[in-house]
Write a protein that binds this ligand. Structure first.
Ligand SMILES: CCCCC/C=C\C/C=C\CCCCCCCC(=O)SCCNC(=O)CCNC(=O)[C@H](O)C(C)(C)COP(=O)(O)OP(=O)(O)OC[C@H]1O[C@@H](n2cnc3c(N)ncnc32)[C@H](O)[C@@H]1OP(=O)(O)O
Length: 240
C-alpha cells in the first residue's frame, strides 16, 4: 500500500495545480451560503475530485452528490484562504486591523488545504441541515504519517476538528473549539478513505455539543469516536 502511495507521488506532483478552474458543481450552497462566502471573488473550491482521489473516495463523492439532488444534502465548498469565512464575520471577531489586513494574514491558509494534491488532507464535507449532521469523506495522504503505514493521530484529530467545526458553524455561525475528546480505537491505514459522521447533539445557549464516529468505507471498522464542545463567539468579547 505504501509503495503504491509513494509511486503515485511523482504523477501527483506532475498533476499539481490541475484543480485550478475545476467546474463548480450544482446542488451545493443552501444553508451554508450564509456562512461560506464565495460571492465577491471567484476562489478555487478544493472540495472537488482531483486525480489523487482513490476509487473509493470518488465513488462515495458521487453517491453523496446524488443525495444532494433532492436538496436534503449539500456539499460544502472549501477555500484555502479566508474566503471560507464571510469576511464581515471574520472582522467582527478578530478586530485587530493589523492582523486582518497586515502581512500576518497575507500568507495565511487553512491548515488542511496547505498540501499538494494527494499528499495531505483530501476531503469533502456534506451537510444535512434537517438532521443537523455532516459526513466528511477523508483520504489522508503520505505526508500525514505517524506510526509507519498509518495516519498520525494529530491528523485524525485535525480532520475531526474541521468536520466538527463545519457541523457546529452551520448552526452556530462563528464558533471555536473549546473541547475535543477522541478515543482512537484502531489505527487508520495511510492513504485509505474514512468516513466521519458528525452530528450536533445539543445546543445550549452559546454551547454546541457535537459527536462523531470515524469508520471505514465498508463501515466494518470503527477507527475513532469523539465528542466536541464549540462555543459561539460573543461579539462583545475580543478573541485576541
Ligand atoms: C471566527 C469565525 C469562524 C467562522 C467559522 C466558520 C466556518 C467554518 C468553516 C470551515 C471549517 C473550518 C473548521 C476549522 C476548525 C478549526 C477550529 C479551531 O481550530 S478553533 C482553535 C482552537 N480553539 C481555540 O483556540 C479556542 C480558545 N478558547 C477561547 O477562545 C475561548 O475559551 C472560547 C472558546 C471562545 C470561549 O470563551 P468565551 O469567553 O466566549 O466564553 P466563556 O469562557 O464565557 O464560556 C462560555 C460557556 O462555555 C463554557 N466553556 C467554555 N470552554 C469550555 C470548556 N473547555 N469545557 C467546558 N465548558 C466550557 C463556559 O463554562 C461557559 O459556560 P456557562 O455559560 O454555562 O457558564
Amino acid at each position: 500500500m505504501l509503495r503504491s502511495c509513494t509511486a503515485g507521488l511523482r504523477s501527483l506532483w506532475a498533476l499539481r495545480g490541475r484543480r485550478e478552474g475545476a467546474p463548480r458543481l450544482s446542488a451545493d450552497l443552501q444553508p451554508a451560503r450564509r456562512l461560506f462566502s464565495t460571492e465577491k471573488a471567484v476562489h478555487k473550491d478544493w472540495a472537488l475530485p482531483n486525480p489523487s482521489w482513490s476509487k473509493d473516495l470518488k465513488l462515495l463523492f458521487d453517491q453523496f452528490m446524488k443525495k444532494c439532488e433532492d436538496g436534503s444534502w449539500e456539499r460544502l465548498p472549501s477555500c484555502k484562504h479566508t474566503c471560507t469565512y464571510k469576511s464581515e464575520d471574520f472582522k467582527t471577531y478578530f478586530l485587530d486591523p493589523q492582523l486582518v489586513e497586515g502581512e500576518g494574514l497575507s500568507q495565511a491558509q487553512l491548515f488542511t488545504r496547505g498540501f499538494e494534491d494527494g499528499l495531505g488532507f483530501e476531503y469533502v464535507i456534506f451537510n444535512n441541515n434537517d438532521e443537523k449532521r455532516t459526513v466528511c469523506l477523508f483520504q489522508g495522504g503520505p505526508y500525514l504519517q505517524g506510526i509507519p503505514g498509518f495516519l498520525h493521530g494529530g491528523a485524525i484529530a485535525t480532520m475531526i476538528d474541521v468536520a466538527f467545526g463545519s457541523c457546529a458553524a452551520i448552526s452556530g455561525g462563528a464558533v471555536m473549539t473549546a473541547n475535543l475528546n477522541i478515543n482512537f480505537k484502531r489505527p487508520v491505514p495511510l492513504c485509505s478513505v474514512v468516513v466521519i459522521h458528525s452530528q450536533l447533539d445539543k445546543l445550549e445557549g452559546r454551547k454546541l455539543f457535537v459527536s462523531c464516529n470515524v469508520r471505514s468505507v465498508d463501515e466494518k471498522t470503527l477507527y475513532s469516536e469523539a465528542t466536541g464542545l464549540f462555543i459561539k463567539l460573543d461579539p462583545k468579547k475580543s478573541s485576541t
